[in-house]
Each structure stands twice: as structure tokens, then as C-alpha cells.
Write a new protein. Structure first.
Length: 218
């Protein structure tokens, strides 16, 4: 069971706690402009015991085993904001791959030692956590995965430039949501990417629209 605390003490370590076309990028926009004011990074402290994180907080790698590699974003994501990840390392001989989702629990108030080995089924069995496994056929090195949640609590994803697909639903969107990424199984390393120009424009339209943004492909 996850232990929630008021704060996390200690300095940020670099080591672990614990299982085509060149794109243009858009600058962060202040909240009134509809886009996040700060870039999306990995949370520097709350992470699985096998996670190694670079100094930029953009790239993580599982150092051993196939689990104990749960990570979170450093800030809440907005509705329709795309979390973009590049798979930087794939490891054979394991089954299962990246687990992706969201949590309404502030990672800064979760003690790293209380994190379970697996996002699925351990974390998702607890209130305030939602995640699902990425299909193994999409977990190839170099692939770029984007995932996001809409105002109805539906989570969508796309691989590279593919059409958006419905991933799962049931996320409670009334509370702030942080991204959840479990670097599991075949997936050994991932890197957070910035917001591509075209996707930023789409996000701005979606965030300000009252209409459903996508018709998902199942």
C-alpha cells in the first residue's frame, strides 16, 4: 500500500531509490494561454528502486530486473495534454512492456519505499491510480508514444504518427492528475519529449473546445 507523506526529504540522487522529420517545438505558455507553464519532466524523488534518472530529469532507465521501475511526472498534466515518450532501450527475454496511466495522488507525498513492484495490478488496485500495459508489438526501440486523457476520463494513445487509439477509460478528472510510467519488462529505458508544434496547436484547440476531440480507433 502506498504511504502518503507531507514531503520528501533528502537531496535528489542521480541513482535509484528502488522493480523522420525534424520537428519544431513550441515554447511553454502561461496557464491563461492554455498550455503548461513548465516542461513535463520525471519526478526527481518518487521512483522505483531500479530507476536511474539523468540530471535533466527527462530520461530514465531500469538498471536491473524487470520491475521496481515506477515513475511519475513532476507536475500535474492538463486535460488533453500529450505525454510524449521515446523508447530508448529495449531488452529481450522479458514479457510485458511499458505501463502507462495517471494518478490523482501527488507523487511528492508518496514515499518511494512504499511503491510496489508493479503498476499493474498493484498500483491500479488502489484508489486514485489508473494504468494499462502498452501492447508488446508497440514497444520497439525508437518508437514515440503519446498518451493523454480527455475530460470524460478516456485515455488515448498513438504510436509515432499513427491515428489515436482508445487505451482505457474511467479516470477521475475532477482532481489534478500526474502521469504514471512503469518502465516494465521489455522496456528498459524511456525519454520524455517536448511538445511538437503541430501537437501543441491541436492541444490548444482541444483544451478550449467543448466538443469531443477525437473519435477513437479501437
Amino acid at each position: 500500500m502506498v504511504v502518503v507523506e507531507d514531503s520528501i526529504g533528502g537531496p535528489f540522487p542521480v541513482t535509484s531509490h528502488r522493480c523522420h522529420h525534424k520537428q519544431k517545438y513550441c515554447p511553454p505558455v502561461l496557464p491563461g494561454g492554455g498550455l503548461p507553464a513548465t516542461p513535463l519532466l520525471f519526478h526527481p524523488h518518487t521512483k522505483g528502486s531500479q530507476i536511474l534518472m539523468d540530471l535533466s530529469h527527462k530520461a530514465v532507465k531500469r538498471q536491473a530486473s524487470f520491475c521496481n521501475a515506477i515513475t511519475f511526472s513532476n507536475r500535474p498534466v492538463l486535460i488533453y495534454e500529450q505525454v510524449r515518450l521515446k523508447i530508448t532501450k529495449k531488452q529481450c527475454c522479458w514479457s510485458g512492456a511499458l505501463r502507462l496511466g495517471f494518478t490523482s495522488k501527488d507523487p511528492s507525498r508518496i514515499h518511494p519505499d512504499s511503491l510496489p513492484k508493479y503498476a499493474c495490478p498493484d498500483l491500479v488496485s488502489q484508489s486514485g491510480f489508473w494504468a494499462k500495459a502498452l501492447p508488446e508489438e508497440f514497444a520497439n526501440e525508437g518508437n514515440i508514444i503519446a498518451f493523454w486523457v480527455d475530460k470524460k476520463g478516456r485515455v488515448f494513445y498513438r504510436i509515432n504518427d499513427s491515428a489515436a487509439m482508445l487505451f482505457f477509460n474511467g479516470v477521475r478528472t475532477a482532481d489534478p492528475l500526474w502521469a504514471l510510467v512503469d518502465v516494465y519488462g521489455l522496456t528498459r529505458g524511456v525519454q520524455l519529449l517536448g511538445c511538437a508544434f503541430e501537437q501543441c496547436a491541436t492541444f490548444m484547440i482541444m483544451y478550449g473546445s467543448l466538443k469531443d476531440p477525437l473519435t477513437p480507433r479501437k
